[in-house]
Structures are given as C-alpha cells and as structure tokens.
Design a protein around this ligand. Structure first.
Ligand code: PEP
Length: 256
C-alpha cells in the first residue's frame, strides 16, 4: 500500500496579514498545482483562514484550522464551530495538539466530540497524540498514545482519519529541537497502525500517520524513509516558507 505523503504546517499563534502574505507569495512559485505529488496543508489561526484560502487559490495547498468547538452552535462566546470552518472552505483541523491538551484543558472526550463534529461538516481532522517525557521514561509511551487514539476512534470510527490524518507528536520533542530518532518514531507509528487495524484492517493501511516534533529540512528525510511515517506536522520550521518547502521536497522525493 502506498500512501501519499502529507506535510502540514502548524503556524500556531504566529503571523499577521502582512507576514502571511509574504509567506504565501514566497512559496507560491513552488506550490502551483502539479509541482508537488505529496499533499500539503497550512494550518493557521482561524482569523486568517480566508486569507489563506484566497492566497492558495490555484495551488493544491489545503488550508486547516488549529481547533474547533465541541458544540454545534449556540451560546459559546469566543468559540468557532466546525460548521464555520466549513463555511470558509477550510479543509482540515488539527485536534488534540498537546498545547491544547495541557494549556486549554482539551481532554480525550472533548477531542472526540470535536473530531466527530469536524468530520460531520467535511472538515478533516488531524488527531495529535503523544507522550510526555515522564511517560516515555516510565515506559508508558504506547499505553498513552493508544489511550488517546482509542478515546477518539471509539466515538468517530476510523473513517475521519482516512481522509484526515493521525499525528504522533511526542510532547518532549515539540519546539525543543530534540526530535525522536527515526527508529523510535517508527516503533510508535507501527503500534498506532496496529491499533488502527483493530478498527478496520483495510482502512488502517490508508491512514497517514505523521510525525511531529522538531522536524526540519535536515532531519525530514530519514524520518520519511521509515515505513510507517507518512509525513510531518511541522511547527517552528513552518514559519519560514523556505524551510517548510525544504521538508515538502523530502516528502515529494518519496513519490518518485
Ligand atoms: C507542533 O507544534 O505541532 C510541532 C511539531 O512543533 P515543532 O515542529 O516546532 O516541534
């Protein structure tokens, strides 16, 4: 089974109208439809989704959000619903990022509700799972990521992630410059795929499992060479278009 590699930028709470425009303009010559055979997405703060949808017109780049509400609509001041994301032509949404889990109280149950709503509005979820350093050192990595995965798939089933993706992001590797070794990441990705197979063996072979945690142009290739690493979720290195495109180039090379 060959899965199309997928590289996703997570801009987090960075950017502004002018800086976003500069990023789009500098990347566009390489992002026109047909240049890349891998899939590419940029996930931005919700305020800028429309700017990205317009800016990436006539390219194959998908646009994603970084969160959505766990409610359909109503009196939830400050929240942005999955239906609203769909309304502005947003393709994807990152859910369960460790920053949301630790700083904003996103529990497994909330993430499951958000994923269910997103998929029902045809916004494809990218589900993040990952262990803390303490959990890794206690030998609990597989237990933790399996719990996070099951909590969502028991509610949504596997199909949302055939269209979206799973991202394995060890918390200790996010924004630290310390990436998991390709072999360590591969071991977790293989365990996640085995778990996915318990839901549907055929579909489990189609789900892209991305690695996230200090991916840069210099370490992307060896990560992407692992059989169950199907791309990357990229934070820091996605803020500079040239670094991000350097990572996309490595993913694209796998399609040759
Ligand atoms: C992330 O926040 O999803 C991420 C992977 O960040 P970084 O690439 O900076 O580690």
């Amino acid at each position: 089974m060959t899965r199309t590699p997928f590289v996703v930028a997570n801009w987090k709470m960075n950017g502004n109208t002018q800086a976003n425009l500069a990023w789009i303009e500098s990347a566009k010559p390489q992002l026109h439809a047909g240049h890349y055979r891998c899939d590419i997405a940029v996930c931005a703060p919700a305020l800028y989704l429309t700017q990205l949808v317009d800016g990436f017109k006539n390219t194959a780049v998908m646009v994603g959000a970084q969160n959505c509400a766990s409610y359909e609509e109503g009196a939830y001041t400050g929240e942005i619903s999955a239906a609203m994301l769909a309304d502005v032509d947003c393709d994807l949404v990152i859910l369960g990022h460790s920053e949301r889990r630790t700083l904003f109280g996103d529990t497994d149950e909330l993430v499951a509700e958000k994923a269910k709503l997103a998929f029902s509005h045809a916004v494809m979820p990218i589900l993040c799972v990952g262990e803390t350093l303490e959990e890794r050192e206690a030998g609990r990595t597989i237990e933790v990521v399996t719990r996070q995965l099951r909590a969502v798939l028991d509610v949504t089933g596997i199909m949302p992630f055939v269209a979206g993706a799973i991202a394995y992001e060890p918390v200790w590797a996010i924004g630290t410059g310390k990436s998991a070794t390709p072999a360590d990441a591969q071991a977790v990705h293989a365990a996640l795929r085995a778990e996915l197979a318990a839901y549907n063996a055929d579909a489990s072979q189609k789900v892209r499992i991305l690695y996230g945690g200090s991916v840069k142009p210099g370490n992307a290739r060896e990560l992407f060479e692992q059989p169950d690493i199907d791309g990357a979720l990229v934070g820091g290195a996605a803020l500079k278009s040239s670094d991000f495109l350097g990572i996309c180039d490595h993913a694209n090379a796998l399609t040759e």
